[in-house]
Write a protein of this length. Structure first.
Length: 277
């Protein structure tokens, strides 16, 4: 590993806190936050980071790489100061996401999973931001920028390029850098977790309509809930008994067969003896 002594000491101290969150003997459960921790230092899952995690959690490097390449939040190449993700999945696309992507990509001069020459911006096509009620959505370092248009998205890009603060629709007042947010994702709060709304009007609309109309959730029918359980128990009991009955019948038949055969043989022998006389 090529970490400086100070950086390595900070990583080790943070890693110890992550491991302490899990029961003894289950330190490997800390792999996901440890990957975020490495990204908070290196800006991606670096070879040094993999070596550090391998030594700390006693895991093979191949296993760490397998996990890091499975989840798209973990990057295998240096990421810009701002990771800008434009959703181009179905709803966002038809609401303008494709146009936003084209404009932003042209403005920054890079394609998906590519970084601008100054290291400021990495662009990424995102399949879904889980915010369809605010389509089209752009995410910057995992913070939401809702109800975007080509104009608003380009204005945000210009702010980033000029070094100005950008302001998410929900969450923190000022969007953190990629490395800053990766530290939060590793489980180290930055003091901004209670800033701004977490749910907007579109998310709460259904609840407001229900309250206005006096709608409430249905009350469970206890008898109806128990009926399937009783039927299931009866079915299970019948299924359990069926093999037992079949086994008994089979055993009985098997036991009787030799006896019947012996009787038949004896009867036949007696008849032959009578005829011989």
């Amino acid at each position: 590993m090529s970490y400086t002594p100070d950086t390595l000491a900070r990583l080790q101290a943070d890693a110890a806190q992550i491991i302490a969150r899990y029961p003894d003997g289950h330190s490997r459960s800390g792999l996901l936050p440890m990957l975020h921790l490495v990204q908070s230092v290196d800006g991606y899952v670096s070879p040094d980071g993999i070596d550090f995690i391998s030594a700390t959690l006693d895991l093979p490097r191949a296993e760490i790489s397998a996990v890091a390449t499975f989840y798209t939040q973990y990057k295998r190449h240096p990421t810009g100061e701002y990771l800008v993700g434009v959703c181009t999945n179905a709803l966002c696309a038809v609401m303008g996401g494709d146009e936003i992507w084209d404009k932003v990509s042209e403005k920054v001069g890079v394609g998906s999973d590519e970084t601008s020459e100054d290291g400021k911006i990495t662009l990424e096509r995102i399949e879904c931001n889980a915010a369809c009620d605010y389509a089209p959505v752009v995410m910057v370092n995992w913070e939401f920028f809702d109800n975007q248009s080509p104009e608003s998205a380009l204005a945000m890009i210009e702010d980033i390029q000029a070094g100005r603060d950008i302001h998410p629709t929900r969450g923190p007042i000022v969007a953190p850098t990629f490395k800053e947010n990766e530290r939060v994702l590793a489980g180290f709060l930055d003091g901004h977790e209670n800033e701004g709304p977490s749910a907007g009007p579109a998310t709460l609309l259904g609840r407001e309509i229900a309250a206005k109309n006096g709608w409430t959730e249905p009350v469970a029918d206890k008898a109806a809930d128990q009926a399937p359980t009783k039927a299931s128990k009866a079915s299970t009991k019948a299924a359990d008994q069926a093999p037992a009955k079949a086994t008994k019948a089979s055993t009985k038949a098997a036991d009787q067969a030799p006896a019947k055969a012996t009787k038949a043989s004896t009867k036949a022998s007696n008849k032959k003896g009578v005829k011989a006389k």
